[in-house]
Design a protein around this ligand. Structure first.
Ligand code: 6MZ
Length: 348
């Protein structure tokens, strides 16, 4: 990982809304996984992009293939979920929405339902152990698996929303943006929305998705992941911007991920500035803190130093993220109170 963030950013209470479970595995946990499966011959360079390195989005997606081989049993998933939650808590994250794609592994007998139930069990254990973090879960639809699997995933998410006692709150559409077209997923996304699942959709992560974004914005989603190419200055359109603004759909913005994954040329060119200057709700997130070697506190520090944000502005940014979350009303209220009570020690 790069240099840890300064203490203000570490102590700042934070909300993480865009974190893919298998992309969030730390070096220490990865060591453990690699040592459990030496026959796979995995090197760290295959699962993380270190300081100063860049890779195309396509190359980053190769890393997930390797990681999935390392995480293929209930035991692995429980260990990874608990470790990732613990690391976010240690970084000052008070509310986390984790997302992950249900996966079946015939070799180990893992089913998609077991996969998600195991993550939920990890979330429960962290709570029982008294970790100072509230965690909710979004079931992810990987666009590479097509519309039929998407529909099955929505059914699973619906079931689990009911049985998980409020842990499962939404659905994510993610996966390689070059694969498939969003129109194929509209029926599944609509069904999810109708049954009360919140929608967090990756939109315009690459330049060629204008038409897809127009369509998916009609649903509309409750939050947008990345939205890198929505605005006209980068080949999007005013109509897309207007729709996002009219519906006040928050953006989940991941600076390091976009720069290391080469979808944004440099930090100062990140679309955070465009949306932030419009006063639009923006939430800083890590995306894949393991693959991109970052932490949420670093993302806040990076945004502050790149865009000249005062500590007060950084505080407001982290506090406003609460209202963009899918937490139920009383939890949002409790989190807001928490921010008030933590303020004196952060600004000490
Ligand atoms: C870099 N930007 C990104 N854009 C789109 N999808 C991404 C992503 N980063 C991660 N994922 C999605 O999350 C999966 C890994 O975590 P889980 O196995 O689900 O926990 C990837 O396979 C991909 O589908």
């Amino acid at each position: 990982m790069e240099k840890p963030a300064d203490s203000f950013y570490r102590q700042l209470p934070k909300v993480e809304l865009h974190a893919h479970l298998n992309g969030s595995i730390s070096v220490a946990t990865m060591e453990n996984l690699i040592s459990r499966k030496p026959h796979l011959n995995v090197q760290h360079s295959m699962t993380a992009i270190h300081k100063g390195q860049h890779r195309t989005l396509g190359q980053a997606f190769q890393a997930f293939k390797v990681i999935h081989q390392l995480v293929d049993t209930e035991e692995d998933i429980l260990m990874v979920a608990k470790a990732v939650i613990g690391e976010f808590a240690a970084d000052g994250v008070k509310y986390l929405e984790l997302r992950s794609t249900p996966r079946e592994e015939t070799k180990t007998g893992l089913t998609k339902r077991m996969y998600v139930e195991t993550v939920i069990e990890g979330i429960r254990q962290c709570k029982q152990e008294g970790l100072d973090i509230e965690v909710r879960f979004l079931v992810a639809v990987d666009r590479r698996n097509g519309p039929q699997v998407a529909m099955e995933t929505v059914k699973l998410a619906e079931d689990l929303m009911v049985s998980s006692d409020g842990v499962v709150v939404g659905l994510d559409l993610s996966g390689d943006p070059k694969v498939g077209h969003g129109k194929d997923f509209v029926p599944a996304l609509q069904k999810a929305k109708n049954c009360g699942l919140k929608l967090a959709l990756h939109l315009s992560e690459i330049p060629s998705q204008k038409e897809e974004s127009e369509l998916l914005l009609t649903l509309p989603p409750d939050r947008i992941g990345h939205g890198t190419f929505l605005h006209p200055e980068v080949g999007g359109s005013q109509s897309l911007v207007d729709k996002v603004r009219e519906k006040n759909i928050p953006l989940e913005l991941c600076l390091t991920s976009n720069v290391k994954g080469l979808s944004v040329p440099s930090y100062d060119k990140h679309h955070f500035l465009y949306w932030y200057q419009l006063g639009h709700p923006c939430v800083l997130c890590t995306d894949d803190k393991g693959v991109f070697s970052t932490e949420l506190s670093q993302e806040y520090q990076l945004a502050a130093s790149t865009f000249g944000l005062s500590q007060e502005a950084v505080w407001t940014l982290s506090q406003q993220a609460i209202s963009c979350s899918f937490a139920p009303g009383p939890l949002k209220e409790a989190l807001s109170q928490r921010w008030v009570s933590l303020r004196p020690q952060v600004f000490r």
